[in-house]
Design a protein around this ligand. Structure first.
Ligand code: CMC
Length: 428
C-alpha cells in the first residue's frame, strides 16, 4: 500500500504522507496543505473527518463497539479497577502499584480543602441555578484562589495542579448539591476512599450519622470509570483547545464543563430521564414518542440514542444496563421508568429508521436510572458525568501540554460580502 495520498488542485498534484496509528487507523497528514497549495484549506463542519491530535490515551472503534483506556478494555476496568486507579492510568499512562496509588490518593487528600471564601460565591447563586452553571463558575474561580496553578512549566508543577483539582473538584460537586438541598457545606472525611467520600460529602446530614451503602459505592465507582474518558469528544476537545492557549488547567476544565452541559453531549443523561418521565406521565405510549423521533418536522429526538462515533452498541451502555438491573434489585427499588426505557430500546432496535441509521442506546440511556436510584436529583446527573470525566480531561490536557501542541486555531471559508463602500449613518 502506498504511504502517500495524492491531491489534485487546479491541475497540480500534491502528495501528503499517510500516518498509521497503533490500531492501524490511517490519517492523511495535511500539515503542509496551505503552504504547498497556495492557501487551500479543508472544510469539515463538526470535525467528522478531522483528527485534531495524535493521542495515546483512549482507543475506540465505533463500528465494533470497542473502548479501551491506555490499552485496557473498558469491561475489565469497570469490573476490576477502582475509579482512582483508572484516573492514575489515564493521566500517567500505567496502572499504579499499591504504593503509587496510596501516594496519589494521599496527595489528592492533602489538597482537598477549598478556600472558605468560595462559599460566598455559592451563596450568591440562586437555589434554582442549574448545578452545571454553578460547577463551571466555581471551577473557574479556583484559578483566582490558586494563581500558581496556571504555571505548569515542569512535570512537578503539572502534578501539583492535577492533584489539587482531583482533591477540590469533588468538594465543589458536593457543594452544588448541598446548596440545592439547603444543607451546610463541609469538607467530607479524608479517612474514606475517594468515592465513599464523594457520597458522604453529598448526602450526609449534620444531625445524622452517614452510613455507606456498598452497592451504591460500587455502582458509582463503576459509573465514574465508564465516563472517565472518551477521546476527542466535544468537552475534551474544548479542554484541549482552551488549554492550548496556555490558559490554566482549571479555566480549561471550566470550559469543558460548559461544553458537557449541552443536551447533545453530557446533558443527555438529564434529558433522557426527563423524556422517560414525560412518556410515563403521558400514559407510557412509547410508540407515540418513537413516531415523534422519526418525524423530521418534529424537533424531538430520542435522547440517549445515537452517537457520533458508535455505529454499534455503545459498550458503556451495555455495562450500565446490566448495572441498572442489579442496583435496582439490590436496593429493592421498582422503577417503572426502567421498563419504559427497556421498551423504547426494544422498539428502536427493531425499527427501520433506527436500524438504517445505526442508532443504538448510548452511555446516557441507562445511567440516569441508576443515579435516580441512588437519590441523586435529575439536575445533578451531568455534574456526576463531569466528576467521572475529570481524569480524562486532565489526561488529555496534560498530553497536549507535554506534546507542546500549537494553539488551536481553525481556518474558515469566508462566504460573506466582499468589499463594500462605507455609507455614513445619515445617508443610510
Ligand atoms: N433520535 C432520532 N433521530 C436521530 C437521533 C435520535 N436520538 N440521533 C440521530 N438521529 C438521526 C438524525 O436525525 C439523522 O437523520 P438523517 O440522516 O435522516 O438526517 C441521522 O440520525 C444522523 O444523525 P446526526 O445528528 O447527523 O449524527 P451526529 O453524529 O451529528 O449526532 C448525536 C450524534 C449524539 C448528537 C445524536 O445522535 C443525538 O442528538 N442523540 C441524542 C442526544 C444524546 O443522546 N447525546 C448523548 C451522546 S453520548 C454521551 C456523550 O458522549 O456525550
Amino acid at each position: 500500500m502506498s504511504d502517500k495520498a495524492t491531491l489534485e488542485v487546479n491541475g497540480q498534484k500534491h502528495e501528503f504522507p499517510l500516518i498509521t496509528g497503533t490500531e492501524n487507523e490511517i490519517a492523511i497528514d495535511i500539515k503542509t496543505l496551505r503552504a504547498t497549495t497556495g492557501g487551500v484549506i479543508t472544510i469539515d463542519p463538526g470535525y467528522k473527518n478531522t483528527g485534531s491530535c495524535e493521542s495515546a490515551i483512549t482507543f475506540l472503534d465505533g463500528e465494533k463497539g470497542i473502548l479501551r483506556y491506555r490499552g485496557y478494555a473498558i469491561e475489565d476496568l469497570a469490573e476490576k479497577a477502582s475509579f482512582l486507579e483508572v484516573a492514575f492510568l489515564l493521566i500517567f499512562g500505567e496502572l499504579p502499584d499499591a504504593e503509587e496509588l496510596e501516594k496519589f490518593h494521599s496527595d489528592i487528600k492533602a489538597q482537598s480543602l477549598v478556600d472558605d471564601d468560595i462559599r460566598k460565591i455559592i451563596d450568591a447563586f440562586p437555589k434554582s441555578a442549574h448545578p452545571m452553571g454553578v460547577l463551571s463558575s466555581l471551577t473557574s474561580a479556583l484559578t483566582a484562589f490558586n494563581p500558581s496553578s496556571v504555571n505548569v512549566d515542569s512535570e512537578e508543577d503539572m502534578y501539583n495542579s492535577v492533584v489539587k483539582i482531583l482533591g477540590k473538584f469533588p468538594v465543589l460537586v458536593a457543594w452544588t448539591l448541598r446548596k440545592k438541598h439547603g444543607l451546610p457545606l463541609d469538607y467530607g472525611d479524608n479517612s474514606l476512599g475517594y468515592v465513599e467520600n464523594v457520597l458522604k460529602m453529598m448526602f450526609h446530614k449534620p444531625n445524622e450519622e452517614y452510613i455507606q451503602n456498598q452497592i451504591v459505592v460500587d455502582a458509582l465507582d463503576k459509573l465514574l470509570i465508564l465516563h472517565a474518558d472518551h477521546e476527542q469528544n466535544c468537552s475534551t476537545s474544548t479542554v484541549r483547545i482552551v488549554g492550548s492557549s496556555h490558559a490554566g488547567l482549571f479555566a480549561s476544565l471550566s470550559a469543558g464543563i460548559s461544553a458537557l452541559w449541552g443536551p447533545l453531549h453530557g446533558g443527555a443523561n438529564q434529558a433522557v430521564l426527563e423524556m422517560l418521565e414525560a412518556i410515563k406521565e403521558d400514559g407510557g405510549d412509547t410508540k407515540k414518542y418513537m413516531a415523534k423521533a422519526k418525524d423530521k418536522e418534529d424537533p424531538f429526538r430520542l435522547m440517549g440514542f445515537g452517537h457520533r462515533v458508535y455505529k454499534n452498541f455503545d459498550p458503556r451502555a451495555k455495562i450500565i444496563k446490566g448495572s441498572a438491573d442489579e442496583v435496582l434489585e439490590d436496593l429493592g427499588i421498582e422503577d417503572s421508568i426502567l421498563d419504559i426505557a427497556k421498551g423504547l430500546e426494544q422498539e428502536a432496535l427493531n425499527d427501520d429508521y433506527f436500524v438504517k441509521r445505526k442508532l443504538y442506546p448510548n452511555v446516557d440511556f441507562y445511567s440516569g436510572i441508576i443515579y435516580r436510584a441512588m437519590g441523586i436529583p435529575t439536575e445533578m446527573f451531568t455534574v456526576m458525568f463531569a466528576l467521572g470525566r475529570l481524569p480524562g480531561w486532565i489526561a488529555q490536557w496534560r498530553e497536549m501540554r507535554l506534546n507542546k501542541e500549537p494553539i488551536g486555531r481553525p481556518r474558515q471559508l469566508y462566504v460573506g460580502e466582499t468589499h463594500r463602500t462605507f455609507v455614513n449613518l445619515k445617508k443610510r
